[in-house]
Design a binder for this molecule. Structure first.
Ligand SMILES: Nc1nc2c(ncn2[C@@H]2O[C@H](COP(=O)(O)OP(=O)(O)OP(=O)(O)O)[C@@H](O)[C@H]2O)c(=O)[nH]1
Ligand SMILES: [Mg+2]
Length: 266
């Protein structure tokens, strides 16, 4: 949804749930309105430390928002109250727009009647996006713009590089393995042509390292090629991606490891 709103692939997408671990910010400036979208992780019930970091980030996004867009698939209409599904202690301060997503998957004749304040959208076809933006604009406060009108993102390219490597891991590795993957950018040399990026893929166990590398290095090679293509699109330059794999035992449950990987629990 974030990508459809800003018109650029910023947030990683996967059919596997819980792919978003940290908030991703996307900017859209249209006439007199500037939208600062924060795509947050889901408000899940934490099972380990990484989940706690994700939940805290989501709660902070809710606290900081001027308007909350609560996304729920149209095929599962009606959405239960956000405060209930998210286990919030009290209702959020900001107004909530319920956004029914994946409208393209529901035949027009089968579409439910939604509240006039709710919208339905499709990131796939672009349907409903203008109505969604209008619903948000009507609830935003007056303020000078925070960013230049042509800016798209606020996070550094290193962040997106690590995210796109993770997205490639979600695409190419099976079952639970993508959840054991973290990525750290060790070097990012922008002056070079092609841009030189050295990145480390962390896994949690030795056996996972073997799978990620694959027979004769086949898996890591394919993963690196896919990630490089994604980074090149956003950067608009050619990239040399030097990708390595290392075991960081049980990093999802290890506070110092999480901190080091940028999953700060602040
Ligand atoms: N048909 C259809 N599929 C969609 C649409 N929007 C998202 N999807 C698919 O739904 C799946 C989940 O999308 P994500 O963007 O990763 O979902 P998310 O809500 O960010 O999930 P997490 O970050 O994993 O918590 C992906 O396979 C998307 O391709 C849409 O408008 N139509
Ligand atoms: Mg996501």
């Amino acid at each position: 949804m974030l990508n459809a709103l800003v018109g650029e692939h910023l947030a990683i997408v996967s059919p596997k749930p819980q792919s978003t671990r940290l908030p991703v910010v996307g900017l859209l400036t249209k006439n007199d309105t500037q939208y600062i979208f924060t795509d947050s992780p889901g408000l899940l019930e934490p099972e380990y430390q990484l989940h706690e970091v994700m939940r805290r980030a989501a709660l902070r996004a809710i606290d900081d928002a001027e308007v909350i867009a609560y996304l729920h698939p149209l095929s599962e209409h009606p959405a239960p109250p956000l405060a209930r599904v998210a286990g919030l202690e009290r209702a959020p301060r900001a107004p909530i727009v319920t956004v029914y997503t994946k409208a393209d998957l529901v035949q027009p004749s089968n579409r439910p009647t939604v509240q006039p304040s709710d919208v339905f959208v499709s990131a796939e076809t672009g349907e409903g996006i203008d109505a969604f933006l209008a619903a948000l604009a009507g609830r935003l406060p007056e303020s000078p713009f925070h960013y230049d009108a042509d800016e798209l993102a606020t996070q550094p390219m290193r962040f997106f590089a690590a995210e796109f490597i993770r997205e490639a891991a979600f695409e190419q590795l099976h079952e639970e393995l993508p959840y054991s993957i973290a990525c750290e950018i060790d070097e990012f040399r922008e002056g070079a042509e092609p841009v030189y990026i050295r990145a480390m893929l962390y896994v949690e166990r030795d056996s996972q390292k073997g799978i990620v590398i694959g027979e004769g290095g086949r898996t890591i090679k394919a993963l690196g090629a896919a990630a490089r293509a994604k980074i090149e699109v956003l950067l608009g330059q050619r990239v040399y991606l030097d990708l390595h794999v290392k075991v960081l035992p049980k990093w999802r449950r290890d506070e110092p490891a999480l901190k080091r990987l940028g999953y700060a629990a602040s």
